[in-house]
Design a protein around this ligand. Structure first.
Ligand code: ADP
Ligand code: MG
Length: 619
């Protein structure tokens, strides 16, 4: 058999290697911006056309390249940043692998103009698909201008894989923000299709954050500062009351490189524990500085994942520092006082402490029908607030066995019942007792049903009702819309706004009446009827968050998802006290739904407590 192994030609090898470094236009932007920062530029300009699919230009005033360097820069593993293997352990530049330019040039048409301070004329190079096309002298200011045209023009499969312009632009903005935040001392400009998205003068971190994310951020930020022998931590966290539904602004930088690290993210979440509402996300911009030899940035080609020598120590420093910062601003108890504080605030008992005890009227029978013969003591007679559940807390009387059983019954609620099992339509026999509705713990509705009773989760029930209504309206293309008396202005970060722009046609279909205002604002003139009372900011934040996480839904899936989001935001929350008439209405509307038993997240909405089961728990 003849020999079959061959060395791949360089341009093919580069194309394959490019797969790792260049996934989308945003990867090119990241690499080029980082090169400019590494070259010591004080000003960097980014010009992008069509979300980077047709044209990306980065222009800097850094040190530039000599003629020879300019040519070498496009060779694989050509770098000025390290010389020997050990150097990667003391690296302080963004790049060092010498792969980016070679990879980019392998999959695009690239034009470079560059000049150093001691040259009269600069160098101009053209490379296409990894092949040198031309080299000339040129007139150009000191620094480097790289233009990357028609990314993946020679790999149609990769080009087709790119997402919509809005999504690709969003990725570019993400990368731009990361580099801009990591280097506030460098001025950055960013234009997309002639529109200026960012114009960031050189400044300090706090001002840079404000310039990137908007003036409102200034009052949201709390500084974090911690200097330890292991690492220096600095930056800002957002006050908990400003936490958002979108995961947006969460940044870790290690030695001025943006990194992703789920473990360290948890350290921040942990420090915020108890201060955030459900589903809201803390904001943070945290800079870790530690000796380069204590980290390994080499584990990932795009270098966003890194290894720490002592990750546990880093975790606990971050957690403590964030807690401390929150505490200093009187937002949370500081670490040291955390447990003590509870004792200090509670009244000092004079004698031995007695546990609270529960009394329950032993004659009260919650399973009796409409008009109980005897009402529990203390009930004003409305019949809607009878002493169900936990009883009243008074010292003295022994804990009743009945109440213990009642509690255990509640904690062992059966799984959601199948449709056949619960006769849902409330078509009880004519002799059936009148319906009674009772709100329990500000979250459940208890009502008698047949001989037993059912418990309904008010929030999930209302979500289900709204979801089915909105879905029906979408399906029949007849969404009732309500014009707002006072149109609302909502402001977004440029990145979020870019994503929203892609959603506008869909939102109009769903009953929104929206106008774009400037580059970052929407004016809401009208909303779908069901959202009349919902927080619009919350609706849009949820929509953006969802769009970030689910980028390839088909239209039907997308409609359904939006209906879900709107239903969730507009639904009656757990903790809302409801009038008896509202309880009745909610229950009726729930059972008019197609799937009343399952919540939008697949959990139980209704729990059936059959007389049999109740009897059993009294054995
Ligand atoms: P790396 O950044 O890992 O060294 P790159 O492929 O990104 O690899 O760049 C190769 C080399 O080209 C760099 O080491 C640097 O010397 C030079 N270079 C790239 N971009 C610039 C720039 N904007 N200004 C000056 N030199 C640059
Ligand atoms: Mg580089």
């Amino acid at each position: 058999m003849p020999d079959v192994i061959r060395l791949l030609p360089d341009n093919v090898a580069n194309q394959i290697a490019a797969g790792e470094v260049v996934q989308r236009p945003a990867s090119v932007v990241k690499e080029l911006l980082e090169n400019s920062v590494d070259a010591g530029a004080s000003k960097v300009k980014l010009l992008v056309q069509e979300a980077g699919k047709t044209n990306i230009q980065v222009i800097d005033n850094g040190q530039g390249m000599t003629e020879n360097d300019a040519r070498l820069a496009f060779e694989r593993h050509a770098t000025s940043k390290i010389q020997k293997a050990e150097d990667i352990f003391t690296i302080s530049t963004k790049g060092f692998r010498g792969e980016a330019l070679a990879s980019i040039a392998a999959v695009a048409q690239v034009e470079l103009k560059t000049k150093t301070s001691d040259q009269e004329l600069g160098t101009q190079l053209k490379i296409e698909g990894g092949h040198f096309k031309s080299q000339d002298f040129c007139n150009t200011p000191q620094g480097t201008r790289i233009e990357v045209k028609n990314l993946f023009y020679n790999i149609p499969a990769r080009r087709n894989f790119l997402k919509s312009n809005n999504v690709e632009l969003r990725h570019i903005i993400d990368e731009f923000e990361r580099v801009a935040l990591a280097h506030p001392q460098v001025g950055f400009e960013f234009k997309h299709n002639q529109t200026s998205l960012f114009n960031l003068p050189a400044t300090k971190l706090r001002q840079r954050i404000v310039n990137v994310f908007g003036k409102k951020f200034n009052e949201k930020l709390v500084p974090v500062e911690e200097d330890t022998p292991i690492l220096k931590l600095s930056g800002f966290i957002g006050k908990p009351e400003f936490a958002k539904k979108t995961r947006g602004e969460q940044f870790f930088f290690t030695n001025h490189r943006f990194i992703k690290n789920g473990y360290l993210h948890k350290a921040v979440l942990n420090a915020f524990e108890g201060l955030l509402q459900d589903n809201s996300h803390p904001t943070y911009f945290l800079f870790l500085e530690l000796p380069p030899e204590k980290i390994d940035v080499n584990i990932h080609p795009t270098k966003t994942e890194i290894k720490f020598e002592d990750e546990k120590a880093v975790y606990s420093i971050i957690r403590t520092a964030v807690k401390h910062a929150l505490g200093q601003y009187n937002i949370a108890p500081t670490l040291d006082f955390e447990t003590e504080a509870q004792f200090r605030n509670s009244p000092q008992p004079s004698g031995p402490v007695k546990p609270p005890q529960i009394t329950v009227d032993p004659t009260f029978n919650p399973f009796e029908t409409a008009s109980p013969k005897k009402k529990p003591s203390g009930d004003g007679g409305s019949g809607t607030n009878a002493g169900f559940g936990r009883g009243s807390y008074q010292g003295g009387a022994p804990v009743s066995r009945q109440s213990q059983q009642w509690e255990s019954l509640l904690s062992n609620l059966p799984e959601v019942e199948k449709t056949e099992q619960v006769q849902a339509k409330f078509d009880d026999a004519p002799s059936a007792p009148a319906k009674q509705y009772l709100q329990i713990g500000k979250k459940y509705i208890l009502t008698n049903h047949g001989e037993g009773m059912i418990l309904i989760h008010q929030n999930r029930a209302h979500e289900r009702i709204l979801f089915e209504r909105i879905s029906n309206a979408i399906a029949s293309q007849n969404i009732p819309s309500q014009q707002l008396l006072f149109p609302q202005n909502l402001k977004f970060t440029p990145g979020d706004f870019a994503l929203l722009q892609g959603l506008l046609p869909k939102l109009t279909e769903l009953g929104f009446d929206l106008d774009e205002f400037g580059k970052q604002e929407l004016i809401v003139q009208g909303v779908p009827l069901y959202l009349e009372n919902a927080s619009l900011q919350a609706v849009f934040e949820e929509l953006i968050e969802d769009e970030k996480n689910h980028k390839s839904q088909d239209r039907k899936e997308q409609s359904e998802k939006m209906a879900q989001i709107m239903a969730k935001v507009a639904a009656i929350r757990t903790g809302t006290v409801l009038e008896p008439s509202a309880l009745a209405k909610l229950v009726d509307e729930l059972f008019a739904c197609k799937s009343p038993y399952v919540s939008l997240n697949g959990k139980a909405v209704v729990v059936n407590l059959k007389l049999n089961d109740i009897d059993k728990s009294f054995h």
